[in-house]
Design a protein around this ligand. Sequence first.
Ligand code: FES
Ligand SMILES: [Fe+2]
Length: 461
Amino acid sequence: MSENTEGARDALGEPVMIPVEAYTSPEYARAERDKLWRKVWLQAGRIEDLPDVGSYLTFNITDDSILLVRTAPDTIKAYHNVCVHRGRRLIDTPAGARNASGRRQQFVCAYHGWRYNLDGENTHIPHKEDWQGALSDSCSGLQSVNVDTWGGWIWINMDPQCEPLRTYLEPAATMLDPFELQNMRCRWRKWGIFDCNWKVALEAFNETYHVQTTHPEFNKYGAFRGWARAHGKHSNLGYEAPKGMDENQSAKLRVGTYDDPRISTAQMQVYTWEKANTNTTQTLVDAALRLADELPEGTPAGDVLKHWLESARRDDAARGVIWPTVDPKHVGESGTAWQIFPNFQIGHAVNNALCYSARPYGDDPDKCIFEAAVYELYPAGEEPKPEWEYCPPTEEAWCYVLSQDFSNMAAVQQGMKSLGFPGTLPNPYMERSTVNLHHNLAQYMGTGAPRALATRKDTQE
Ligand code: FES
Ligand SMILES: [Fe+2]
């Protein structure tokens, strides 16, 4: 199916085997806390989750909990969420909740009543004189954590020596900036505790190789081959498409290439909206449903795509939703999704986004906290503010298409423990994001690097 494609193909990656240690080893999972999670920039929430001075939320990962606070209209600070007296967690996460959130003028420890202001300074210690002046400001205040923002998200890094966020995120930040993700707002967001390693969960979404088998319903709308490219710590994915079509838009938005593209595009949009509730918007669906009325039979697929996107852009503009204009060449290079090392995926478009993240559940290699959030552009003042909804990995709780992805996760985790399974064999072209993830993980973890497989060329030499 790739003979009629061009442009997106780059050199094949080296065929490798990735040992299962990173997915199944309890020792590896325990080591991740110190070697990985306490060293990297992590997406910890959205800026709009902290609307007012005093708004706070917590972000929990393995043994650490981080308290994020808006301390001024233009300032967000982060602290270790622990009282420095005897180590009580300062803000409790309500039972069954993903995180704590709310608004306060100060933080009071529930154990002995030490108090901290929004800037993390200690403001009250009962019977402070008993310490005979030994409690300095630096030892009685909250311990700060590096925090910065990009793309509308709040990022934290627990390593005092860390590089700046922007440096860490490049080239992903520059590639994604034109999509103005900071202007999007959440349509829905869900989380769950899944029976697989966090890498297994993310790797269900960082390649397009699985689509034809795991999501067979999409096959009737068109055949698209996906690429993946490494960019330092990060990587991106995209689609090849028939010559003359906007490759990523056409494949991601699934302009049908079979039969009548006016009809298959509309069918695909309705299916995606109803069965996944991701990667599209009501405006795009409505505009797709009008294609058969607005365009003559026989309109080429590329023209259908152009008309559809132009009319949807116009419809949104009429209600005050302005899509950014991104150079088509840049759209092509940026692909459809970025993997931000180590555990965040941004599936970007000019008017919506689908993001996944996964992190460990304690230090159990067989469990993770999985999250997905869908964003889109809204008219000012009409943005919904959905809470995080806890959902088990079922079709009923999420949707049909995501449940197809979930159906592989626990089975992969179990299968990887088999005596008969030495390691994964990722596709050197379509699954390079996974290979790149493990190359980079090995840098942090000191183990688990992908191993080269002998190719026919090697064995002939
Ligand atoms: S542990 Fe917080 S006041 Fe004692
Ligand atoms: Fe999938």
